[in-house]
Design a protein around this ligand. Structure first.
Ligand code: ZN
Length: 109
């Protein structure tokens, strides 16, 4: 089975809306990102308009997928996806900010 057929098959696993139990096959499915390792899809329920993000990765021993409910629009998902990974020095900078004492909320402003 090739990658293309694997991906389409895995989307069929997500058939029901987790909010209203509506059928996603009647709703809207956007493939936001796709590469040789898998794809990112955004699905909107036609009945209650809730949306989920589905990430499917192809591994040597099969497919791994997860889905989360979101209130982001599909363009916002792409914006966050393009902003890249969190780098270790960003985490260290945040740690220094938190551990240096004082009012954390004030510093964040
Ligand atoms: Zn729904």
């Amino acid at each position: 089975m090739n990658q293309e057929r694997n991906g389409k098959f895995s989307l069929k696993l997500v058939q029901k809306c987790p909010v209203c139990d509506g059928d996603y096959r009647d709703g809207r499915i956007d493939i936001l990102d796709e590469d040789e390792r898998g794809f990112l899809a955004y699905m909107t329920c036609k009945f209650c308009s809730s949306s989920i993000i589905v990430r499917v990765a192809t591994l040597p021993n099969g497919l791994v997928g997860n889905a989360i409910l979101t209130d982001l629009s599909n363009s916002e998902v792409l914006d966050y996806s393009a902003s890249g990974r969190i780098k270790s020095n960003q985490v260290l900078a945040l740690h220094e900010l938190v551990s240096s004492g004082g009012d954390f909320i004030e510093k964040l402003k």
